[in-house]
Write a protein that binds this ligand. Structure first.
Ligand code: LLP
Length: 419
């Protein structure tokens, strides 16, 4: 459930009408709902109520805006970060260092140092090589790094191939059949405290079965490790739960996910970490845009050209992703159109042959489910600036990220005097 609803025929974020935001901030603009973030955070936590003391670490990559992170910090979430930049953000938002997990296949030396210096709770090691490097740094700093070993369970998550991470051929984790040996080797290193396995098989998962298969393999690994006398106190089950992008689309609920996890992990006797991203933030945001004009195209449906583009919301261009498109003040009339942005690429297409609310020049419209992997994947392609972000809370709203205009980006460039 989200808090973007029609009131008196006009789409609102909570109690703020979207035209009010468009007028105050301009378009395109991302609009987030605090109440929706809070609701999703609580539903997810509630779904895990049968587990002893689960650790919830929001996947910062889904939405790294400081205000969004602050809302989740207030809900008791820690953070799953994949870069020094994300770590800095999580801490700036007030997250407790001990509640931060550092994932990522290519943590640099500097990032490993940063993680140790700031006292993060856990490094998710993705290779034996990374483990030895971290151990050496930790010894030099006189610290002990708490670690999970990310395993690659070779399970097909049955999601888009670009966001599948748990197949043997993917770059993530260590192969399951080598995991026990690598774990044992790293457990013997001074400077590391190996706490258990980590797994994450992909994102936007529409079925629980691949997750259950992966978790069962992790359970078998835990038993093997213990049989060899190795300590296992934690396990990190990653994120990945899908959200509905189309009205009426069915996705496993957090409650079903939680019940499956409780069943599969019953005998593990570990503290579990979860790294949800999309399921928390996805439906808590929309991208608000204005129609520039419509243009006829041969005999086909018209092109409706909006002021948002693939640089602002990249998911349709990269993954062919579907985002529902709705008029902010729907007339009740429907029409079929190609919805496109102004960028000079055919890929800058949000929808082809889409039946939506009829849209004419000047109308406001939203792309739904843009709260995760939306603003954070923006670029300045075609010398377009970065769009602003707004957080709504009841009847008030605040700009939580300023628009960065194209000329501000240009200001960071210089032409050498030898040209
Ligand atoms: N943990 C790890 C280690 C991850 O790699 C990810 C996502 C998550 C947690 C969070 O997954 P979620 O709960 O959000 O599914 N840009 C793509 C999504 C990429 C996801 C990458 N990893 C998109 O727009 O669909």
């Amino acid at each position: 459930m989200d808090h973007f609803q029609l009131k008196n025929g006009v789409l609102h974020a909570e109690d703020v009408s979207l035209p009010t935001i468009a007028e105050a901030v301009g378009t395109p603009v991302y609009v987030y709902s605090r109440a929706t973030l809070v609701r999703h955070a609580r539903v997810f936590r509630e779904a895990l109520a049968n587990l002893a003391d689960p650790h919830l670490a929001f996947a910062v990559k889904a939405n790294p805006n400081l205000a969004v992170l602050k809302v989740l910090q207030q809900e008791g979430f820690g953070a799953d970060v994949v870069s020094g930049g994300e770590l800095t953000r999580a801490l700036a938002a007030g997250m407790v260092p001990g509640d931060v997990v550092f994932s990522g296949v290519g943590k640099t030396h500097a990032e490993l140092v940063q993680g140790l210096e700031t006292g993060i709770g856990q490094f998710n090691i993705e290779s034996e090589e990374e483990g030895y490097e971290l151990a050496a740094i930790a010894r030099r700093m006189g610290k002990v790094a708490a670690c999970a070993l990310r395993v690659n369970p070779d399970v097909d998550a049955r999601t888009h191939e670009k966001i599948s991470t748990g197949k043997r051929e993917n770059k993530f984790g260590v192969p399951l059949d080598r995991a026990a040996a690598i774990y044992a080797a790293l457990a013997g290193e001074d400077g590391l405290e190996m706490r258990g396995p980590a797994v994450h098989i992909g994102s936007q998962l529409g079925e629980l079965e691949p997750l259950e298969t992966a978790f069962a393999k992790v359970g078998a690994l835990i038993a093997d490790l213990r049989a060899e006398g190795l300590g296992v106190t934690h396990a990190d089950l990653g994120g990945g739960l899908g959200v509905p992008y189309k009205a009426g689309e069915f996705m496993p609920s957090p409650a079903e996910y939680g019940a499956m996890v409780a069943r599969v992990t019953k005998a593990w006797d570990v503290r579990l970490t979860f790294e949800p991203g999309r399921v928390i933030a996805g439906n808590a945001g929309v991208l608000l845009t204005r129609v520039i004009r419509s243009k006829r195209s041969g005999n086909g449906p018209p092109f409706v050209i909006v002021d948002a583009a693939m640089n602002d919301l990249a998911r349709p261009a990269i993954y062919g992703a579907w985002h529902d498109i709705e008029a902010v003040a729907p007339s009740g009339e429907k029409a079929t159109a190609h919805i496109v942005g102004p960028i000079c690429e055919t890929g800058d297409t949000f929808a082809m042959d889409r039946e939506t609310d009829a849209l004419v020049a000047g109308d406001l419209a939203v792309f739904r489910t843009a709260g995760a992997y939306g603003a954070t994947m923006a670029s300045s392609y075609n010398s377009r600036g970065f769009v602003p972000e707004v957080l709504v809370d009841g009847d008030r709203f605040a700009v939580v990220a300023e628009r960065i205009p194209a000329d501000a980006i240009m200001d960071a460039e210089q032409v050498p005097d030898w040209l």
